[in-house]
Design a protein around this ligand. Structure first.
Ligand code: ADP
Ligand code: ADP
Length: 228
């Protein structure tokens, strides 16, 4: 689904944030991306979104070399990938419903289709009863769920998350991870950047570890070893 071949990325100014990173995330797989602050996790996700370009190597998504996607096609490419941020990036001048509907409005969905999808997404994250509220009135965990609903409302095949539980207490963080597992179970491929080792080592997924831009470990959870 996502393949990195010897990917290096250098920021203007010279800092090399990724150094010859190679790995493959299978269709339907869920993996964590970990490593200290500054290790390159966000950069790696940005390279998948093609908001950063590579200095070396290539990234294939669904078999397609994403460097070759034309600028005109990039918005369409990005719409197939859901992204969840640490700070939700919700708009506080409109309702929960409107926040989740945003990607569908951009895509020009008809109102009836949009409504059905928005409600399906809100139902999945357990917030159907709060669709009319302003997100500012919700708790941090609920706001993150709105962010997740917005990320999946297009039914993307790939979901990326950058420190999605960074601002949440441990119990809420675990709930958010459970929610991700549910999306993964319906076939969404997931790559979740998190430095919360205590949380992610308890979950049974592959773990990719970056250190100063290098992929230094790529390990299946012990309970899954040999399970494909
Ligand atoms: P992480 O997500 O693991 O905390 P980042 O990908 O954000 O790491 O950053 C990796 C390295 O790249 C860090 O040393 C960071 O300072 C540097 N970096 C990140 N963004 C930029 C940028 N826009 N320009 C220059 N350097 C950057
Ligand atoms: P719809 O009611 O929109 O026709 P489908 O029958 O196509 O829905 O899909 C069944 C359910 O699975 C829907 O509720 C849909 O929201 C959900 N679903 C399917 N794929 C995804 C995905 N990638 N992300 C989130 N939800 C999904």
């Amino acid at each position: 689904m996502i393949r990195f071949d010897e990917v290096s990325q250098r920021y203007p100014g010279g800092h090399e944030a990724l150094k010859q990173v190679s790995f493959e995330l299978e269709r339907g797989e869920m993996a964590f991306l970990t490593g200290r602050s500054g290790a390159g996790k966000s950069t790696l996700l940005k390279c998948i979104m093609r908001t950063e370009s590579l200095s070396q190597g290539q990234i294939l998504v669904s078999g397609r070399n994403i460097q070759r996607i034309s600028d005109k096609q990039i918005p369409f490419y990005r719409r197939r990938i859901g992204v969840v941020f640490q700070d939700h990036q919700l708009l506080y001048d409109r309702s929960v419903y409107e926040n989740v509907a945003l990607p569908l409005r951009i895509d020009g969905y008809r109102e009836a289709d949009a409504a059905r999808r928005v409600r399906a997404a809100l139902d999945k994250v357990g917030l159907l009863s709060k669709e009319k509220m302003n997100p500012i009135a919700l708790s941090g965990g609920e706001q993150q769920r709105v962010g997740i609903a917005r990320a999946v409302v297009n039914r993307p095949q790939i979901l990326l998350a950058d420190e999605p539980t960074g601002n949440l207490d441990p119990e809420l963080a675990a709930d958010i991870m459970k929610l991700f597992e549910q999306f993964n179970q319906i076939g969404v491929s997931m790559l979740i950047a998190s430095h919360d080792l205590a949380l992610i080592t308890r979950l049974r997924h592959r773990m990719l570890t970056l250190d100063n831009g290098r992929l230094i470990r790529d390990e299946q959870h012990p309970s899954r070893q040999g399970a494909g």
